[in-house]
Design a protein around this ligand. Structure first.
Ligand SMILES: NC(=O)C1=CN([C@@H]2O[C@H](COP(=O)(O)OP(=O)(O)OC[C@H]3O[C@@H](n4cnc5c(N)ncnc54)[C@H](OP(=O)(O)O)[C@@H]3O)[C@@H](O)[C@H]2O)C=CC1
Ligand SMILES: CC(C)(CO)C(=O)C(=O)O
Length: 339
């Protein structure tokens, strides 16, 4: 089935490539943006997603930035690039466009209500996102999917793509959201509307907070973080710190037994932050670690393990650190918990 529904996907990295391949199966008119050599690659070869052995290939329209309005826009960049990516693609956004930031971390809209997008420390410090978007057009998103792309541009996913979408305030056009959700399901992204998207975001962020920075420092895969006692202790200590802050905000998050099972089930997957560390790219620390830490500090809830971990990340001579350095680093982190 083809429709005139226009879906824009900004960023042809892991998640953008996977989303473009999947939503193309719905028959929607899909546009994918990319930069540099990746733009040439997707224009010539299309996009390919290996979904646990089944390769889904598609030929979305490609460009370096969108020049016409979209019905829905998936922004698949790292959190720190959201404002610049939206600026570049401003022509795609009208008040009727649904905008879905597909990013990990505490969202810039976390304190949004009908009157505005609110403010979260370190996220959107210049108010760029608040100038471009209204709270009624933003959909919060939690994507459960692990994707890693190889040099040839094949995105590999190891689990069923599952997406929760939710309004960040009252007054969202339910019909429009329903139409988008139907298209996503038709494309193979198992999508549901969630009435409490903030709770969902915090559950995912608990996992990211407890794993991403630790994996970037130590080079550990998710299952190693769950299985190796010394790493698991640090990971669960981080989770405890995050859970205390979330509880002070009124959210109850799942216990460490849930987290450890999740890590072991995830297998030998490098978190997106470890992938960035290995590629020498900037780490997504503001949204995943620093914004929650600032909010916790303001509430008088310290995060000493995270503080020690950030110090090590900032001073490490290489990321991930060399294997031989990891035991000393873990000892330093143990001490920082009691400092
Ligand atoms: N990978 C995973 O399994 C998961 C990732 N996530 C989250 O999803 C989000 C995206 O992650 P992921 O896809 O892995 O990241 P990638 O780094 O693989 O992809 C990001 C893409 O955005 C592009 N980009 C960066 N800045 C801009 C900009 N200003 N304008 C346009 N495009 C831009 C990059 O282009 P270039 O290469 O040119 O820099 C790159 O293609 C992150 O928040 C991540 O934490 C969530 C769940 C799992
Ligand atoms: C796979 C997971 C949940 C790991 O924390 C993730 O979201 C990421 O890699 O950023």
């Amino acid at each position: 089935m083809t429709t005139s529904y226009k879906i824009g996907v900004i960023g042809a990295g892991n998640i953008g490539t996977a989303m473009a391949a999947l939503v193309s199966q719905s028959g929607a008119d899909v546009w994918l943006t990319a930069r540099g050599a990746r733009l040439g690659q997707i224009t010539q070869d299309g996009v390919h997603l290996d979904d646990r052995g089944t390769v889904i290939s598609a030929r979305p329209k490609t460009c370096d930035h969108l020049k016409a309005p979209m019905d829905a826009l998936f922004v698949c960049v790292k959190s720190q690039s959201l404002a610049s990516a939206l600026h570049l693609n401003r022509a795609a956004i009208t008040p009727d466009t649904l905008v879905i930031p597909m990013v990990n971390g505490l969202p810039f809209w976390f304190y949004a209500d009908e009157t505005g997008l609110g403010a979260v420390p370190l996220l959107d410090p210049d108010g760029d996102l608040a100038r471009i978007l209204t709270p009624q057009q933003v959909l919060g998103a939690v994507l459960l999917m692990t994707v890693q792309m190889d040099d040839a541009g094949l995105a590999k996913s190891s689990n069923t793509p599952t997406l929760s979408l939710g309004a960040v305030c009252e007054g969202v056009d339910a019909d429009k959201v329903g139409q988008l959700i139907s298209l996503l399901n038709c494309g193979g992204v198992r999508t549901e509307f969630d009435r409490d998207i903030r709770q969902k975001v915090l559950v995912k962020l608990l996992a990211n907070f407890a794993t991403n920075p630790l994996s970037a420092l130590t080079g550990a895969m998710l299952d190693e973080l769950g299985q190796t006692p010394a790493l698991r202790d640090i990971s669960t200590a981080l989770a405890d710190e995050f859970r205390d802050w979330a509880s002070s905000e009124g959210y109850e998050l799942p216990p460490n037994a849930w987290l450890v099972d999740l890590l072991i089930d995830a297998g030998a997957f490098p978190t997106s932050m470890l992938q960035d560390a290995l590629a020498g790219k900037p780490l997504e620390l503001d949204a995943i670690c620093l914004a929650p830490m600032e909010l916790a500090k303001a509430k008088g809830t310290p995060m000493p393990t995270l503080g020690g971990l950030l110090d090590l990340l900032n001073t490490a001579t290489s990321l991930p650190a060399r294997k031989a350095q990891v035991p000393d680093m873990i000892q330093t982190l143990r001490l920082s918990q009691t400092a």
